[in-house]
Structures are given as structure tokens and as C-alpha cells.
Ligand binder design. Sequence first.
Ligand code: HMG
Ligand code: MG
Length: 301
Amino acid sequence: MGLPKNVLIREVGPRDGLQNESVWLDTMEKRTWIHLLEEAHLPYIEVTSFVHPKWVPTLKDAKELAQSLNKKEDLTYAALIPNEKGLAHFFEANLEVGAMFISSSETHNKKNMNRSIQETLPVIKQMTTDLKAEGRQTRAYISTVFGCPYEKQVPMDQVLRLTEQLLSFGIDEISLGDTIGEAHPLQVERRLDLLLERFPADKIALHFHDTKGMGLANIYTALKAGITMFDASSGGLGGCPYAPGSSGNVATEDVVHMLHKLGIETNVDLPCLIKAAEWIEAKVDRTLQSHCLRAFQSHTT
Ligand code: HMG
Ligand code: MG
């Protein structure tokens, strides 16, 4: 298969990135970063997470942040939601996309959600019904699709079963998570062959963490299989606090740079993305893994 003409980038930095940082950014600082990302014309930003503040303290100002945003019309604002309590906060915050999550491996689900997979599914089903009744879009992550820190390989049957169940709830988009960055191109090709035999590509996004530097190669493989939605994180921040070994997501600016070189349209402004990555790098006060950011900095110093 050839390459697609257009790709949608799902920016997850303010959520996946900050949930894994120890540094505290106050609400105004988070807004500033989100504003820089808005300036890059990203179509989607996952701005925060309505999980328990004890579990993810760096996002404890989720509602205040969401309510304080000066939202742009052509941009979709999303947040992560674990359960009905989080959903109530999400509705108060008035965002457009509710992003739910479940893991394809039992142990990770238990550590992440404090529930079994079977206990999590009805919660997601009910939240999907509630979100749809309020006219919101729905997304669900399936984590550990390419490897689990506790159970190692996850059987593909389990991923297919969960994808089918989530789509049967009416969820608009499923994002398959490589939570600890174990995926490699051959595995991505094989898993997508099986998935795309059964489900349409326009329902599937991919979410690669870049722990072993395979993120871009995996995205290229997925593009050739027909996937057109990819999650990425400004600067390459990211990681799941309940998945040991997980590190940053593939950096948004690296993904956009590769896509543009491939002649694929994203509508995203790369220099603005670099500015946003530079800003967050200074805030977290450590060198981030973004290649484009490094190249830009060595060019300008
Ligand atoms: P729990 O402790 O089992 O909750 O947490 P509970 O239902 O037993 O309730 C205990 C107390 O927590 C109650 O309060 C609830 O009201 C309260 P009390 O009656 O004792 O005063 N509570 C809440 N408070 C605020 N917000 C809420 C909430 N829910 C309950 N939403 C829970 C269950 C799921 C909330 C918890 O386990 C949790 O917060 N987990 C989140 C873990 C997390 O954020 N992980 C990272 C995100 S997932 C990820 O990164 C992967 C992804 O990027 C894809 C990939 O890379 O693969 C998406
Ligand atoms: Mg993630």
C-alpha cells in the first residue's frame, strides 16, 4: 500500500507528558504550553486527565486548567477519564473528547486502574453512553498492545477481542498503546495485518512510546498499512507512572518532520512546534529526547 496524503496528529504531551513528571507546572504555565501548541495548528490536544489527584498529582488542577482555556474553534480538546467520577469533572470542564483507557494485560490494568479488565469494561461502556448522550466524541486507549512490563507479550487475540468490544460500545476511535516502547516494525506490521482484516483503519490510532528509538520506524510501518492517526508528545515527554520502563512518547516535532518529508500533509507548523518543545524543555529542566529540537538548537548556537 502507498502512503496516505493526510495524517491527523493527536498531541498528548500536556496529559501523557506531565503525568510522568515530578516537576509541578502551575495552571498558568500549563496554559502557556497549550497555547504554544495551539499556535502550531495541531488539530487535537489532550490537555489533562481526570484521574485521582493522589495517583497523578501533577494534573490535580485538571478542572481549573480546562475551564480556563481560551479554546480555538478548529481544535479538538480532549482529556483522559478513568471512571464516572472523572467523567463528572470532565463534563464540568466542558471538553469535547473523552479519552478512556484499559489495558490489554490484566496485571497492568490492575496496577493502572485498580480494577480487572472485566470490571473496567462496563465502566467504559457506561461512560461512552453518557458521553454520547451529551454529544461528546469518544476515544479509548488499549495499553500494552505491543508488550507489557509485567506479562511481557500480550496475545493478539486479547487485543482483537478488546478492540471489538470497545467498538461495539460505539467508541469513535481506538488508540493502540505501545506503553513501554517495545514495538518494532515487524511486530507492528503483523499486528496491524490482523487488526485491519477486521476493523476499518479510520477507527484506529497508534500511540508509540519511544523507549528504544523505534517510534518513527513504527509509524512509517503503520502509514504503509493505512493508519492515518498518530499520537505524539511535544518534546517527546511522556510515560505511564504505573508501567515501569515506560519513557517518553515519540516527539510530535519528529513525527511531523518525517511526515512532511514524506509529502504527507498535517497542517501543523513545525517551527511553532519546536518553540513549544523548547519551552517545555526549559520548564522540566532536563534534556528531552526530541531529535528535531536537538538539531534546531545545535543549528542556532
Ligand atoms: P480507586 O482508588 O480504585 O478509586 O482509583 P475508588 O473508586 O476505589 O475510590 C476511592 C476514592 O477515590 C473515593 O474517594 C473516590 O471518590 C475517589 P473517597 O470516597 O475515599 O473520598 N475517586 C476519584 N477522585 C477523583 N477523580 C477520580 C476518582 N475516582 C475515584 N477520577 C482510579 C481508581 C482509576 C481513579 C485510579 O486508579 C486512578 O486514578 N488511576 C489512574 C492511573 C493513571 O492515571 N495512569 C496513567 C494514565 S494511563 C496511560 O498513561 C496509558 C496511555 O498513555 C496509553 C499508553 O501509553 O498505553 C493512555
Ligand atoms: Mg502513553
